[in-house]
Design a protein around this ligand. Structure first.
Ligand code: SF4
Ligand code: FES
Length: 247
């Protein structure tokens, strides 16, 4: 396969970005997307050009490190997948792909496609949440849902795609998923009211925007997390506020 990549390149956080065009040839359809970028980077290094910076870790859709925009959509148009899970056979011969970093005030660009997502971790810390895998690793009788109607815990990988897709750069889907995990599944449900109050306040501090119910977040979430969890977060927040007022 032969493709044209238009990639936003930015030397450092304060630098102006430019769009550079690269042609990649001999792409194996069974190659993963990030390996195609590795191949391009190998060529750039040989040519004395700085390789394209992008984040990655597990390359299995688990760690949430790899997100960027493909033709204007976080993780691309392939629902339910992270960038690292994409195969080149999901694209067409001759495709022109625009690769850009996630853009929002709270997730600043470090270099090229690499963004700083530590604000999401700080929201988790503000709520003293635990990662989803920690919930799954608790004893089976503990990790059962405390609400019988609820399904399995939402597996938010903290990728930031929901923030990148939201016109307000809101992190409400992410926070809703974390709150649902801790309030519905984790055996320690103490301190729910102050947890939800702290995370909502901390999202403002980090510069995430407000939710205005566009639903773009759900559409791009690689883990299929539902906007219903935003309603759960809002309900928890209102209930905490009423409790503070003694109502
Ligand atoms: S809610 Fe979905 S899109 Fe948002 S950070 Fe979690 S996994 Fe990524
Ligand atoms: S590299 Fe871990 S989710 Fe993509």
């Amino acid at each position: 396969m032969k493709l044209t990549l238009k990639i936003l390149r930015q030397e450092n956080p304060g630098a102006k970005s430019t769009t550079e065009t690269y042609t990649v040839e001999d792409v194996d359809p069974d190659m993963r997307f990030l390996y195609m970028l590795d191949m391009l980077n190998g060529r750039l290094i040989k040519e004395g050009i700085r390789p394209i910076a992008f984040d990655h870790g597990c390359r299995e859709g688990i760690c949430g490190d790899c997100g960027f925009m493909i033709n204007g959509v976080p993780h691309g148009h392939h629902s339910g997948k992270t960038v690292c899970q994409l195969y080149m056979r999901e694209f067409e011969e001759g495709d022109v792909l625009l690769l850009e970093p996630f853009r929002s005030r709270a997730l600043p660009v470090i270099q090229d496609l690499l963004v700083d997502t530590r604000a999401l971790e700080r929201v988790v810390q503000a709520g003293a949440f635990v990662p989803s895998f920690a919930v799954e690793e608790t004893r089976p009788e503990q990790s059962q849902s405390l609400d019988e109607k609820a399904g399995p815990p939402p597996f938010c990988i903290e990728c930031g795609a929901c923030v990148a897709a939201c016109p307000n750069a809101s992190a409400m889907l992410f926070a809703g998923a974390k709150f649902a995990t801790v309030s519905g599944f984790h055996p320690d449900r103490s301190d729910r009211s102050s947890r939800v109050t702290r995370i909502v306040a901390h999202m403002d501090t980090e510069g995430f925007g407000a939710c205005s119910n566009h639903g773009e977040c759900e559409a791009v979430c690689p883990k299929g997390i539902s906007v219903d969890l935003i309603a759960g977060l809002n309900a928890g927040y209102i209930s905490a506020a009423l409790r503070r007022l003694g109502k």
